[in-house]
Structures are given as C-alpha cells and as structure tokens.
Design a protein around this ligand. Structure first.
Ligand SMILES: Cc1cc2nc3c(=O)[nH]c(=O)nc-3n(C[C@H](O)[C@H](O)[C@H](O)COP(=O)(O)OP(=O)(O)OC[C@H]3O[C@@H](n4cnc5c(N)ncnc54)[C@H](O)[C@@H]3O)c2cc1C
Length: 261
C-alpha cells in the first residue's frame, strides 16, 4: 500500500488569437475599444468572454448600434453586470484544463455527474494493471488508520495472489486487458487514479459551489477548494463574487454571491 495525497495541477487555458481579435474589432469598427480595453485587461479568458458578450449588442462604444446610448466602460463593471444578471452563457467561451492526480475512484465517480460543459479523460483500469494499491487516507479514518492500512494490504495481497494465477508473459495484449479489467473488481473504490478535466467557467463556478459545500464528500471538497483558489487567483473578475468560509474540518467552502449564472 502506498499512501498518497490528491494533487490539482492547472494544465491549460483559453488563449486569444490577437490577429483574429483585431480583425473582429475592425469588423465592428471597435479598434478604439480594443486598444483601450486590452491595456487594462490582459487576461485572455476574461477578455474573450467580454468580447463575446459585447458582440451580441455591438456594445463596443456609443453609436455603433444606434440603440446603445451608454456602455459599461471597464471590464470589471462589464463582467460584474454579466454575473449579476445571470447571463452566464458567455462564460462558456473560455475553458481551463486541470489534472487531478492521486484522486480516488470515489472522487471520479462523483465528478462525472457534472456533465454540462465538461470533458474528461480517466486513466483506464482495463489497460493499466496496478502494481500496488495507492490510496489517500481520509482524515475521518485517522483513529482507525492502522486497521485501515492492514485491510488495504490484505486486499493488495489477495489481488496479487489472483494475478499470479495467470501466465501474463504468454498472454496477448487483448487477453491482458480482459483479465486486468476482470481483476479490478476486487480493488477498493479508494484506489488512486488520475483524471484530466476540462470545463468552461460557467461550469467551474457551479461545480465549485456544489462541491465545496459542507454536504459534499471531503475529498471532492478539498480538490474543488484548490480549483477555487486557482480560479480566484487567475481569473479575478470571473470569480470576484466568491467568498471563502473556513470549515471545522480544515477545508474551505467557496460561496458565490451570484449562484448558477
Ligand atoms: C452533496 C451532494 C450529494 C449528492 N448525492 C447524490 C446521491 O445520493 N445520488 C445521486 O445519484 N447523485 C447525487 N449527487 C449528484 C447530483 O444529483 C448531480 O447529479 C450532480 O451534482 C450534477 O449536478 P447537476 O445536476 O447540476 O449537473 P451538471 O452537469 O453540473 O449541470 C449543470 C446544470 O445544467 C443543467 N442541466 C444539465 N444537464 C441537463 C439536462 N440533461 N437537462 C436539463 N438541464 C440540464 C441543470 O440546470 C444543471 O444543474 C449529489 C451531489 C452533491 C453535490
């Protein structure tokens, strides 16, 4: 048994094509707006979301759309108004990709329930035959940690006994895959796995709210607490309405002023 800790890594995020943005601004006669706003808004994701929103009403400046007589001048006011009104669909234009490493299958089973606006790739236990059982010990089990470790080691021992019933060197890759898949049925839900998760900001806001709530499971709360920290740091306007509340178990709940935009 190998004791591990869940890990959250930010892998990728939306990046602007500056040349394309310039072309679009020319199309909307909005070069003045582009030059002024890009100086104060260097964040590609937040900029793209504002751009998509303004394209809806041609609200890059007064007079471009004759119906528009005033505009919100700066990105902060613009995005705050979007969140306040719940116009969340434009938040779907920008995404973040995370690696969730050393997470349990308890966690992955729960996160797949969030379908809207997500993409997932999970390590396959049909292809990957574990050498050992790597596992995170939930703090609630601390008083029973010795017994817990003994139990996992027993399962690990039994797994290897079953595994040794097969002559792996003589098996085709397809046969190995079938047996690996069959053998995993005795492995615990807590066994560590890895997941690559991409979501747009509308979805991330919602999942942070749902999954850092005290009624959610402790591991998913820890992981989405880290996701919240990253998003508040890297997309300050899109997550400006979140407040952090320390919970008794050491995790943090993140509560948005504007729920489910
Ligand atoms: C604390 C907690 C306990 C839970 N306990 C259980 C449990 O005991 N058993 C269980 O089965 N699940 C449980 N869940 C999972 C829960 O029921 C949801 O499936 C999960 O949280 C996904 O959220 P969502 O429905 O908002 O979907 P998401 O995919 O996150 O979608 C976001 C929003 O998009 C809209 N949407 C998405 N898909 C559709 C659709 N097909 N049609 C119409 N609108 C859609 C909805 O407004 C939805 O809220 C629990 C979740 C939490 C946070």
């Amino acid at each position: 048994m190998n004791k591990i800790e869940p890990l959250v890594i930010k892998l990728a995020e939306t990046k602007l094509n500056e040349e394309g943005v310039k072309q679009l601004a020319e199309h909307y006669t909005a070069i003045d707006w582009l030059e002024r706003v890009r100086k104060i808004q260097p964040n590609d994701s937040e900029f793209l979301i504002e751009l998509a929103g303004r394209a809806c009403y041609k609200s890059f400046g007064v007079g471009i759309n004759p119906n528009v007589t005033k505009i919100r001048d700066n990105p902060k006011d613009y995005l705050t108004n979007v969140l306040e009104k719940g116009d969340g669909s434009i938040l779907e234009h920008a995404t973040v990709t995370f690696a969730f490493l050393n997470v349990s299958r308890v966690f992955t089973h729960e996160i797949v329930r969030h379908r809207a606006g997500t993409a997932m790739s999970q390590e396959s236990l049909r292809y990957v035959r574990p050498r050992d059982i790597s596992l995170w010990l939930p703090p609630d089990l601390e008083p029973a940690s010795e017994k817990f470790s003994e139990t996992v080691e027993e399962i690990e021992k039994r797994y290897h006994e079953l595994e040794s019933q097969f002559d792996w060197d003589k098996m085709t890759f397809e046969q190995k895959k079938r047996v690996t898949s069959a053998l995993r049925r005795i492995l615990p839900d807590g066994i560590a796995t890895n997941l690559i998760w991409t979501a747009n900001h509308r979805t991330i806001r919602w999942v942070i709210e749902m999954r850092t709530h005290p009624s959610a499971e402790v591991e998913i709360r820890m992981i989405f607490g880290k996701v919240a920290e990253i998003c508040i740091r890297d997309y300050p306007l899109l997550y400006a309405d979140f407040t952090a509340k320390q919970l008794a178990d050491g995790t943090t709940q993140y509560i948005p002023k504007y729920s489910k935009v």
